[in-house]
Design a protein around this ligand. Structure first.
Ligand SMILES: Cc1cc2nc3c(=O)[nH]c(=O)nc-3n(C[C@H](O)[C@H](O)[C@H](O)COP(=O)(O)OP(=O)(O)OC[C@H]3O[C@@H](n4cnc5c(N)ncnc54)[C@H](O)[C@@H]3O)c2cc1C
Length: 313
């Protein structure tokens, strides 16, 4: 059975959920091998989710420079192992690495897949979610980036054999050096693009996100915002969802006081279940919801929050 390389996304050894989803998808395609950039003990969760082999690459080049050294290293491993596929998470970094790897190993590239079948056919949602495209790489190992929440992580024991790999990184790959970095301020909420539940607010909040945040917290959800809310200075730009903001694809998306403009839909239309709260029953958002509440978010959300808290005990 061919290897399927999964590039591990982690913060100081804490492996992200999208990586576990990739391992689950990898099992459909072949034998999962994880590529882990970092020193110390390799996280056991990789083997617990099916990684038969774990390539460990511990070199300052991977943290001191931008993505080019990682792309070179992954391309080298792919060249040596002839995998069936290389899977990465659809983050900005994942997509940039994927493009570089595909070019180096002369393979086809598919980004933002929301599903991958056992025979390598991917599903993508394109043009603001108006079309669903199925495609397959026909040249070389498939290099595929997969959106978070595209699979449920399934535990299954893999051998987890760690193999230390050292790659000579070219000077050309060390062109852009990281000179400083700062940890993101903790909000206590999940990362927006990875969250299983996203609660978003728009112009209808009138600038007060407290009901939206309280509802999100009752569900353990991330908070997002429409561009109108962000442009008004009501919420930071990094939380904008849509064509010019972030793309989210959670299990549940709750839009509050958001009209559903095409540019907003472009960032959330692949959410599995969509709920909207809007006081205008003709708001375009109601065209794509699974469940709609016509009402004022200032009265609907506090009631929903209380009810959820009550049921959670
Ligand atoms: C090139 C380009 C890129 C863009 N990129 C993005 C993007 O990435 N993301 C994005 O979101 N937009 C984007 N936009 C803007 C987009 O076109 C819309 O203007 C924007 O999404 C509207 O935000 P909104 O729904 O919050 O506001 P509005 O369209 O003003 O809608 C507010 C809604 O709130 C409802 N409402 C009001 N008060 C209440 C209340 N008390 N309770 C319940 N409902 C209430 C109203 O009925 C209305 O439906 C882009 C536009 C362009 C041209």
């Amino acid at each position: 059975m061919s290897e399927v390389l999964v590039v591990v996304d982690h913060v100081d050894g804490a492996v992200t959920k999208p990586t576990l989803e990739l391992l689950t998808i990898a099992k459909r395609l072949g034998e999962p091998s994880a590529i882990y950039f970092g020193g110390g003990a390799v996280p056991s969760v990789l083997a617990e989710h099916g990684a038969e082999k774990i390539y460990q690459l511990d070199d300052a080049a991977y943290t001191d420079f931008l993505v080019a050294p990682k792309a070179e290293a992954i391309a080298k491993i792919a060249g040596d192992s002839s995998p069936a596929a290389v899977l990465l998470s659809s983050s900005a970094e994942g997509k940039e690495i994927a493009a570089r790897v595909a070019l180096k190993i002369e393979s086809g590239l598919i980004t933002d897949a929301v599903d991958v079948t056992a025979d390598g056919v991917t599903t993508q949602s394109v043009f603001a979610g108006n079309f669903t495209v199925q495609s397959k790489v026909t040249k070389g190992a498939s290099v595929i980036t997969v959106k978070p929440n595209s699979a449920n992580p399934e535990a299954s024991a893999g051998a987890g054999a760690v193999e230390a790999v050292s790659v000579d990184i070219s000077d050309a790959a060390k062109g852009a050096k990281i000179t400083d970095s700062q940890p993101k301020a903790e909000s206590g909420r999940p990362e927006l693009t990875e969250a299983a539940i996203v609660v978003a607010g728009g112009r209808g909040t009138g600038g007060d996100f407290s009901e939206v945040e309280a509802f999100a917290d009752s569900l353990g959800a991330a908070v997002g915002a429409s561009r109108a809310a962000v442009d008004s200075g009501w919420y930071p730009h990094s939380f904008q969802i849509g064509q010019t903001g972030k793309t989210v694809s959670p299990q549940l998306y709750v839009a509050n006081g958001i009209s559903g403009a095409i540019q907003h839909r472009a960032g959330m239309q692949t959410s599995k279940t969509i709920i909207a709260v809007n006081k205008d029953d003709e708001a375009p958002i109601f065209e794509l919801v699974d469940f709609g509440v016509v009402g004022d978010l200032k009265t609907v959300l506090p009631q929903a929050t209380d009810e959820i808290k009550k049921r959670k005990g």
